[in-house]
Design a protein around this ligand. Structure first.
Ligand SMILES: Nc1ncnc2c1ncn2[C@@H]1O[C@H](COP(=O)(O)OP(=O)(O)OP(=O)(O)O)[C@@H](O)[C@H]1O
Length: 708
């Protein structure tokens, strides 16, 4: 019998099982929607308990139906034949037949672990591991590994030669694919690492760190759903482009409860995409900025009134600039949060005025009455609002755009050169919003200033209660109630049960603080590659900030050693570049050769736009998937114009935005402009390791010596 016939026969065998699974899935789906409808009908019962029960039931059933409805391309992807003679099918979700016999085991279940972990040296009771490839509900191919030939029955057939390589040669789509069918053993170790503590995954470009992090999130949701779905899983990536790229992986695994955020959108209300020049970003990311911001958060308000004059029952009550400054400082000692102690500041103003009034006003009412009279006066309320307004973090950060203020806050903390570097970098805040690095500063200011306390309850009959915005200045009783009131934290300040940080090598110290606030009680998965960092600041400071965020939790470290992305020809170019600055760095091995060498073009400046366009067009005809045009950070928009009008498969990104991304082909423009220093060389290493099939570098200068 020919190999092709054997393959067709084996495919037919598997098709029978796959058909059974889809038929059962259709039944389950019907049951689930019927049950969901019944749940809604419970609404008629009407007692509170019944409603709660109904909501819980509808929620669970809707979730189940949603999971069953998800488009499970390749629902069954594996089969294990065990030495015991038993057969297990492995798939994206667990399914049982009417008699509760397993038709498919969920890939995350312990019974499926051998699918990923068995090797010829350690077969774990597996005789044959079979990978089943499908297009929708139709089985298209089979790849087998015979792991224990001695134990194989005489009639066992083995077909195909390598599921992994077959899957790696597929063209890249816009989004990242899940790797559930071909997870390798070292990756599986990291995915199934203990749920508590900190799991650290390192490895060179293309070793599957991102894939592992996302599959781990799915694994955690499966293994302890109430803890991780209830508490939430936060996945943090470097850029919006990257988050869009990975956004499809968890839904393809049937999970859509994780929160995905880029560093620029981690804080509610912001979605920053602007970047600062590397040196500025490093400075803004330094822990020294915390002290700078602390000073800003305690400074006097620009344009605040410097005097309070009130005519009260014929007497002039007056607080001059020195009085006001003294009161402000007393009410706002170091460490106090400005928005939270606003009421204390107001109390002190009342007290100072009361002391004066006692000496100068003849017929003085009770203190409470005195305060109520003042609180009712518009001129007094206007003064308080102007003297101690409610601050938003953005308002305070914008003060740093004023050179004199910036110098004042940074004096003794930053050098003159550093202050000059920051000068002007906050100018665009009002018009263009924050840069990615600014978002961590805004979060820090939020922490430093706190949120205004909310009144426990409003007493509408209280004649002293001042309307809207200045409740704090009503009466003593009110203010005391306020001080007891709970501080209402914005919903984004929630604590997640698990935090995944991808491309962790690029998280600055200030960003570690920002992420750390959201994971105070979380377990963590941290993935990254120090050789790919663009960080040019203090390495020791970075470690300190990271350690603080992770606390004393137990750490488990895993390292990945195979590059699944790049052809060996492409990775050889990237490896040469990183070796110029890190000669001893252990590098992953790239397993796939295409036989196509990367192309390196040097042209005159006038020819550059055309050369870039031609290189992109050549890739369009050579590969089916996506093409990245990677540019120096400050030249993206200009270079995007050079490939304007070409098909959508082309994506133009800066070398920093290219972090974590993958394309079938890459045109890398002006490498010499990227590799200006050691940090730039590491960024160039990232850019050179993005392509799976084809790489063309185009520039006006030779860049091979540029890397230092
Ligand atoms: N076991 C696997 N089977 C199939 N494909 C895999 C496997 N592991 C990784 N890949 C593929 O290799 C590519 C690189 O993976 P991924 O982006 O997770 O690597 P990375 O280590 O995060 O890379 P980088 O550090 O360069 O951003 C992806 O296309 C991923 O799907």
């Amino acid at each position: 019998m020919s190999d092709a016939t054997v393959l067709q026969q084996e495919i037919a065998v598997e098709q029978q099982h796959v058909d059974r699974v889809y038929a059962r899935l259709a039944d389950l789906r019907q049951d689930a929607s019927r049950a969901e409808k019944e749940g809604y009908q419970l609404a008629g019962v009407g007692t509170f308990g019944a409603l709660v029960e109904r909501d819980a039931m509808v929620f669970h059933r809707a979730r189940r139906r949603h999971a069953l409805d998800a488009e499970y391309e390749g629902l069954v992807f594996g089969r294990l034949d065990l030495t015991s003679g038993a057969v297990h099918y492995v798939g994206r979700m667990g399914i049982r037949d009417e008699e509760s016999q397993s038709l498919v085991v969920d890939w995350r279940a312990p019974a499926a672990a051998a699918f990923y972990r068995a090797t010829p040296a350690d077969p774990l009771g597996v005789v044959r591991r079979r990978m089943i490839q499908s297009a929708r509900e139709r089985v298209t191919n089979i790849e087998d590994d015979l792991l224990d030939p001695e134990a194989a029955p005489a009639d066992m057939r083995v077909v195909g030669d390598g599921a992994l390589l077959a899957s790696l040669s597929k063209a890249t789509g816009r989004g990242m694919r899940d790797i559930v069918a071909t997870i390798q053993r070292e990756q599986d170790d990291a995915i199934r690492s203990p749920a508590s503590g900190v799991t650290i995954v390192t490895g060179g470009p293309g070793t599957g760190k991102t894939a592992v992090a996302l599959h781990r999130a799915a694994y955690l949701l499966y293994s302890d759903r109430s803890r991780f779905a209830g508490g939430g899983i936060l996945v943090v990536g470097p850029s919006g482009v990257f988050v869009d790229y990975i956004a499809t992986v968890l839904p393809s695994l049937g999970e859509d409860t994780a929160t995905l955020r880029s560093l620029g959108s981690l804080v509610a209300g912001y979605d920053a995409t602007r970047t600062d020049p590397t040196a500025v970003a490093a400075l803004k990311g330094s822990l020294r900025m915390r002290r700078v911001l602390e000073r800003a958060s305690h400074d006097a308000v620009p344009g605040a009134p410097t005097e309070l004059r009130l005519l009260y029952r014929g007497a002039l009550l007056r607080l001059d600039a020195a009085d006001l400054e003294r009161i402000r400082r007393k009410a706002l000692p170091r460490g106090a949060r400005r928005n939270e102690v606003r009421g204390t500041g107001f109390d002190r103003i009342f007290d100072a005025l009361w002391t004066q009034a006692k000496g100068s006003v003849k017929t003085l009412p009770e203190k409470q009455e005195f305060e109520a009279e003042l609180a009712d006066r518009t001129d007094f309320r206007d003064f308080l609002r102007a003297w101690w307004p409610r601050f938003t973090p953005m308002r305070v950060l914008r003060w740093l755009a004023e050179p004199a203020r910036l110098r004042g806050y940074a004096n003794g903390l930053l050098s003159r050169e550093e202050i000059a570097l920051l000068q002007g970098s906050f100018d665009g805040l009002a018009e263009h919003g924050p840069t990615i690095a600014d978002v961590a500063l805004l979060d820090e200011l939020d922490e430093l200033m706190g949120r205004p306390r909310q009144p426990a309850r409003k007493n509408r009959n209280n004649p002293f209660h001042v309307r809207d915005g200045v409740q704090e200045v009503s009466t003593y009783a009110d203010r005391q109630a306020l001080s007891r009131a709970q501080i209402v934290r914005d919903e984004d300040y929630r604590d997640y049960a698990h935090v995944v940080v991808d491309e962790a090598q690029d998280v600055t110290p200030m960003q570690w603080r920002m992420i750390g606030r959201r994971g105070a009680y979380a377990s963590w998965t941290i993935v990254g590659d120090p050789a790919q960092t663009a960080w040019s600041g203090d390495a020791e400071e970075l470690d300190r900030a990271r350690d603080k965020a992770l606390g004393s939790r137990r750490r488990n470290t895993y390292s990945l050693t195979t590059n699944y992305r790049n052809s060996s020809e492409i990775f050889a170019v990237a490896a040469r570049v990183i070796r110029t600055i890190m000669p001893d760095l252990p590098l992953p091995s790239a397993v796939r050769s295409t036989g196509v060498e990367p192309v390196d073009l040097v042209v005159g400046a006038a020819q550059l736009p055309e050369a870039v366009r031609e290189a992109a067009e050549k890739h369009l005809s050579d590969v089916d998937g996506t093409i990245g045009v990677i540019t120096p950070v400050l030249r993206r928009d200009e270079m995007a114009g050079w490939v304007a009008g070409l098909p959508e498969r082309i994506q133009v990104v800066t070398a920093l935005q290219a972090k974590g991304m993958e394309y079938d082909a890459v045109v890398l423009v002006e490498p010499a402009e990227i590799a200006v220093d050691a940090s730039g060389t590491r960024t160039l290493y990232v850019a050179l390791s993005r392509a799976t099939q084809r790489l063309t570098t185009v520039g006006t200068r030779d860049w091979h010596g540029a890397a230092r």
